[in-house]
Design a binder for this molecule. Structure first.
Ligand code: S3P
Length: 432
């Protein structure tokens, strides 16, 4: 049986201090996978400490890739690239809770000369995979699934490039197909309905591949070789979101976040928080391997409401849980629309958010594609479920900071999926 733990979060009166985040989860997955199929060694510092990125490393080891952890506190991973061909695994590849691992790695496995099986936990077993199965099949792979969900059995093939218009805006799918395109014959063109995070494109370039981007289309020519890199993964912006939203709850907050990922396809959160009243200034901005990194100085202020819809929803997809969790404390409330994708994340995040907000005494309107949460509400502490979803556990520990009384979050250990040190870091930043 899995051991469950509970976090108890007490109300705070302020957020103050400086924090530097473990490496971004999206970039860590991509760097590890590309380092595995590159020629030569790679050295990845500040690799994500999350269990999801460890799942990616575990799968790569089962595929014959040699990697080790460097010593010291910098969470360095040293990977010996295997070149584009990996080794057939002897057992099913365990993707754990990680949708990124199963979806992105399937693009690489589809182009190998062997069959493989990818499995995961209960939550992953419910996540939709047709979005990768359909285009990878069109490229020549044969894939079986359990009604469109994991386990996936992938029979690798000599892939052919395709021109594919993605029906769902998903950076995981786009990256999967670009990875498959790298192994395919000819050119692969992927068009996305809305702009999603571009770490796949940026990372491929960092490892030496040529990718063209025109509007919402990315193109890659198959057969390009990659070369290993030395890199430092920028701090995870989606993890920083919890502390930024905590700071937004208190007018006198002062928070510094160093070496944070500032990629424009991820940084919409900063614009939204500034529109809502948080004061944010950026210093020490630099570009490293095509990714923008900077230091943020954050000061609390008023907390106005906002509406998140359309392309903003896609750009803020991982930050919506924490924005929704602080919505009752804003002046006008927050409305989230066009967010049906949230229903097929690690949990049904629309339902998880509505359930927990209501348990804390908030009024919430739940819609098929979002939520409307009025502002000016006060919440009370209570017992909540994490629903086994890391972002739900962390989001409600932030809502708890301004509630009356203590909040107990069951199953809080799932925060380790993306951020094992989350609760201790939060405790170090709040004043009571
Ligand atoms: C991710 C893309 C998003 C996001 C996930 C990470 C990525 O998922 O929710 O946490 O690294 O590409 P989708 O591609 O399903 O939108």
């Amino acid at each position: 049986m899995k051991s469950e733990s509970q976090a108890v979060v007490r109300p705070a009166r302020n957020v103050r201090g400086s924090v530097s985040l473990p490496g971004d989860k999206s970039i860590s997955h991509r760097y590890a996978m590309l380092a595995a199929i590159a020629d030569g060694p790679s050295r990845l510092a500040n690799y994500s400490t999350g269990a999801d990125c460890a799942s990616t490393l575990g799968c790569l080891r089962s595929l014959g890739v040699k990697w080790e952890r460097g010593g010291g506190v910098d969470n360095v991973i040293e990977v010996q690239g295997s070149g584009l061909a990996l080794t057939a695994p002897s057992l099913p590849l365990d993707c754990g809770n990680s949708g990124s691992t199963i979806r992105m790695l399937s693009g690489i496995l589809a182009g190998q000369k062997f069959s493989s099986e990818m499995v995961g936990d209960e939550s992953l077993a419910r996540r939709p995979m047709e979005r990768v199965i359909t285009p990878l099949t069109a490229m020549g792979a044969r894939i079986t699934s359990q009604n469109g969900c994991p386990p996936l059995r992938i029979i690798g093939a000599h892939l052919k490039g395709i021109h594919y218009q993605m029906p769902v805006a998903s950076a995981q799918v786009k990256t999967c197909l670009l990875f498959a395109g790298l192994l395919a014959e000819g050119e692969t063109r992927i068009e996305e309905p809305l702009r999603t995070r571009d770490h796949g494109e940026v990372a491929l370039r960092a490892f030496g591949a040529q990718i063209e981007r025109k509007g919402n289309e990315a193109r890659i020519l198959g057969g390009q070789r990659l070369r290993g890199i030395e890199a430092r993964v920028p701090g995870d912006l989606s993890s920083a979101a919890f502390f930024l939203c905590a700071a937004a709850l208190f007018p006198n907050s002062q928070l510094t976040v160093t070496s944070l990922l500032m990629n424009p396809t991820r940084a919409r959160l900063l614009d939204i928080l500034m529109q809502m009243g948080l004061r944010i200034s950026v210093t020490q901005l630099e570009e490293v391997h095509g990714e923008l990194v900077g230091t943020l100085q954050v000061e609390g202020g008023r907390l106005k409401g906002t509406t998140i819809a359309g392309s903003d929803t896609a750009a803020l997809i991982d930050e919506i849980p924490v924005l929704a969790a602080i919505a009752p404390y804003t002046e006008q409330g927050i409305e989230v629309r066009d967010a049906k994708e949230l229903r097929v994340k690690e949990s049904d995040r629309i339902a998880s958010l509505a359930t927990n907000l209501r348990a804390m005494g908030a009024q919430v309107e739940e819609h098929e594609d979002g939520l409307k949460i009025p502002g000016g509400q006060s919440l009370h502490g209570t017992e909540l479920e994490s629903f086994g979803d890391h972002r739900i556990a962390m989001a409600f520990s932030i809502a708890a900071l301004r509630a009356q009384g203590e909040t107990l979050i069951h199953g809080s250990e799932c925060a380790a999926i993306s951020y094992p040190a989350f609760f201790s870091t939060l405790e170090g930043l709040v004043e009571r």
